[in-house]
Ligand binder design. Structure first.
Ligand SMILES: Cc1cc2nc3c(=O)[nH]c(=O)nc-3n(C[C@H](O)[C@H](O)[C@H](O)COP(=O)(O)OP(=O)(O)OC[C@H]3O[C@@H](n4cnc5c(N)ncnc54)[C@H](O)[C@@H]3O)c2cc1C
Length: 365
């Protein structure tokens, strides 16, 4: 019998775990190395909005994300079947509050775009008001679009890990990768021989990427979020306004987030900026008033030089999958599919914008 080709993946976040699953499904032997525990990076947060770009000024990047959103139910159902665990997925739609006449006019102008670009898969309507939303916060009504969904990030990473192990993949926790040289990956006290290495180590993976891409290969954008214990009526959509999201999860929990910070004292501590997010959320959705805050959380979103994800081959047998910024959870599984094609020697059909080369090319003015 022919021996399976092996792949070592560095990082057990959404990018590394979905990559592991995609590679296992293609018949590779997979080992994931994680410096802490599964899902302790950006992917272990609270938020989990799966929301589209606005339906205008279309691009291959927007189409890629649309495809990811439309395929999400089937993908996550597959992970649930493989793992026997729920990932908290629901395509519950989204209200977007319209604070002024200008935003309301833009919202109306996007109705046609949604019809054309979303091709009947979802709708974009403008409504005069919505239950749950304070009329004061939305004096010009709301958009209701039916494309958005949400996932529970922790449940999703946990289910992915179980699915990977059930398919025979290995995940080694507490294994900090210190160096990657062709054919060898070194943790502190273990070494792994491999022909193929995937670097999916988020913000803290910079030391591993820097030899290939320099010191600006990836940086962090801090985000703070909170989980509130409060029950909103079943199927309440995500609510988006004033730059924040309110995300009804299952079992009486609602996440609110997030800040977007380019400088900070401690990336993993919450502060008064999170209180501002909670105050905004409560002003939009008064039902959140007085809810118990069950968790405050902060983390770093991996950002490649440009906002889109970065995916490509760095040298023979070494690949990178990172970035994704605010949409990483939404697109991770599609990135993983494309990555698995690359590792298998195929050329995936992905936007050129994702290549490392593009990330280091100046945009034309
Ligand atoms: C507050 C906040 C809110 C967000 N909201 C959303 C949202 O609503 N929707 C959405 O789609 N996205 C959202 N995101 C973005 C999303 O969480 C990220 O894009 C995604 O989780 C990135 O996954 P990743 O696997 O690349 O990184 P990570 O999850 O950070 O995983 C990288 C892993 O690599 C490990 N690692 C690093 N270095 C090493 C090493 N040397 N050796 C071994 N392991 C290593 C880390 O410990 C970590 O576990 C949000 C992010 C934040 C912070």
């Amino acid at each position: 019998m022919q021996e399976k080709q092996n792949v070592v993946i560095v990082g057990a976040g959404a990018f590394g775990l979905t990559a592991a699953l995609a590679l296992l499904r293609r018949g590779f032997a997979v080992t994931v190395l994680e410096q802490n525990r599964i899902g302790t990076g950006a992917s272990g947060g609270l938020v989990g909005a799966l929301s589209p770009y606005v339906p205008e000024a279309w691009s291959v990047r927007k189409q890629f994300q649309l495809d990811a959103l439309l395929g999400a139910a089937a993908y996550w159902h597959g992970v649930e079947t493989l793992s026997g665990q729920s990932v908290g997925y629901g395509r519950i739609g989204r209200f977007i509050v319209l604070p002024d006449a200008y935003e309301a006019e833009k919202a109306v102008s996007r109705i046609e775009g949604a019809k054309r670009l979303w091709q009947g898969a979802a709708t974009w309507k403008v409504l005069p008001k919505a239950a749950m939303i304070s009329p004061k916060a939305a004096p010009h009504g709301v958009v209701f679009e039916t494309l958005s969904g949400r996932i529970n990030p922790r449940a999703a990473t946990s289910a992915l890990a179980v699915a990977i192990r059930n398919l025979g993949g290995e995940i080694v926790e507490n294994c900090t990768v210190q160096s990657v040289v062709t054919g060898m990956v070194h943790c502190v006290d273990q070494a792994f021989k491999t022909d193929r290495i995937v670097l999916a180590a988020g913000v803290e993976g910079l030391p591993l990427l820097a030899p290939y891409l320099g010191p600006k290969a990836v940086r962090g954008v801090k985000g703070q979020a909170a989980m509130l214990a409060v029950s909103l009526p079943a199927n309440t959509p995500l609510i988006n306004g004033q730059g924040i999201y309110i995300i009804p999860h299952t079992a009486g929990h609602v996440a609110v987030g997030s800040t977007s910070e380019n400088s900070w004292d401690n990336p993993y501590e919450t502060d008064g900026l999170l209180d501002e997010v909670i105050a905004k959320a409560t002003a939009i959705c008064p039902q959140l008033q007085g809810a118990e805050i069950v968790e405050r959380w902060a983390g770093l979103r991996p950002r490649a030089p440009k906002p889109e994800p970065m995916l490509g081959q760095l040298e023979k047998g070494v690949f990178v999958a990172t970035g994704g910024l605010k949409t990483g959870l939404a697109v991770a599984y599609r990135i993983a599919d494309a990555l698995a094609d690359m590792v298998a020697g195929k050329t995936p059909d992905i936007p050129l914008d994702f290549s490392p080369k593009h990330h280091f090319t100046r945009n034309k003015k």
